[in-house]
Structure formats: structure tokens, C-alpha cells
Design a protein around this ligand. Structure first.
Ligand code: DQA
Length: 143
């Protein structure tokens, strides 16, 4: 079972960036904990600070055979209609994740332009948001 974990702009700074909001684990640590927790999942990890690179990655997911995508789109979540259209253009389910509770923060973070084309959204559980999304996808695989 293949799962893509895709992180957008600034998520490469996780661990040092606003640790009170995003925790002190780096993305590499979180990714390795995911592998340990879900040994039967074949993970691919992807991070980009570029909107176009993220769109290109999403375009390829159907032919790569992922059961799903765990997507933390960072701030692209709040304004990227082109990312939304990319998600809508593929059949592979995409789970929107956020470490922080975006509804408890600034007004602009309460809008997601991608939620409506995602399978579901998990927000506010810190790094466990990723774990919850992988769990949901793995339970759903093949159904
Ligand atoms: C985030 C929330 C976004 O609003 C923000 O731009 C991020 C991270 C989160 O994981 O909580 O970069 O997606």
C-alpha cells in the first residue's frame, strides 16, 4: 500500500519554525516516526516550497498507484485555486492535514480552498494529524 505524504511551503522548517505552534520535531523525524508506526505502508515523502511543483506532483498520483495522499499544503491551502483544480483532476483521495487548528488562528486561515475537493480534513493534532490521516487512508484502502 503506497501513500504519498506531501508537504508544501515552509513545512521544511518544521522543528525550528514557530515550535509553539508546529512542535519541535523536524519533518524528517515525523516522517521516520510514520514509517515506524505504519510498517506495512510504502511511503513516499515529498516537500516543496513551490506551488507549481506541488501541482505537478499531484498530477502524477493516479499513475503512481498511491492509495491516497496526505497533504499539508501550508499556506497554499488558503488561496491556491490551481492546487484545488489539480486535486480535483485526480481520482486518488487526498486528505488535507494541518498540524495547528487553523480555525483557532488568524481569520485568513479559516478559509480552505482545497477542502471541498479533498476526501476529508484533519486539523489541530500537531504531528498526529499526519498519523490520523495515514490511519484513515489505510483503513479505507481497497474499499
Ligand atoms: C499549516 C497551517 C497553515 O495555515 C500554515 O500556512 C502552514 C502550516 C499547519 O500545518 O498547521 O504552513 O498547514
Amino acid at each position: 500500500m503506497k501513500v504519498l505524504v506531501a508537504n508544501g511551503p515552509n513545512l521544511n522548517m518544521t522543528g525550528t519554525r514557530e515550535p509553539e505552534t508546529y512542535g519541535s520535531d523536524t519533518l524528517a523525524v515525523i516522517n521516520s516516526q510514520l514509517k515506524s508506526r505504519f510498517p506495512d505502508v510504502a511511503f513516499e515523502f515529498f516537500q516543496t516550497n513551490g506551488e507549481g511543483d506541488m501541482i505537478d506532483k499531484i498530477h502524477g498520483v493516479d499513475k503512481e498507484g498511491f492509495v491516497g495522499v496526505v497533504l499539508n499544503a501550508g499556506a497554499l491551502t488558503h488561496y491556491s485555486y490551481s492546487l484545488r483544480d489539480a486535486i480535483a483532476s485526480v481520482r486518488t483521495p487526498v486528505v488535507e492535514v494541518h498540524m495547528s487548528n487553523v480555525f483557532a488562528r488568524e481569520e485568513f486561515r479559516r478559509t480552505s480552498v482545497i477542502s471541498a475537493v479533498c476526501k476529508g480534513t484533519i486539523t489541530g493534532f500537531g504531528k498526529l494529524s499526519y498519523f490520523a490521516a495515514v490511519f484513515a487512508l489505510s483503513e479505507n484502502a481497497g474499499k
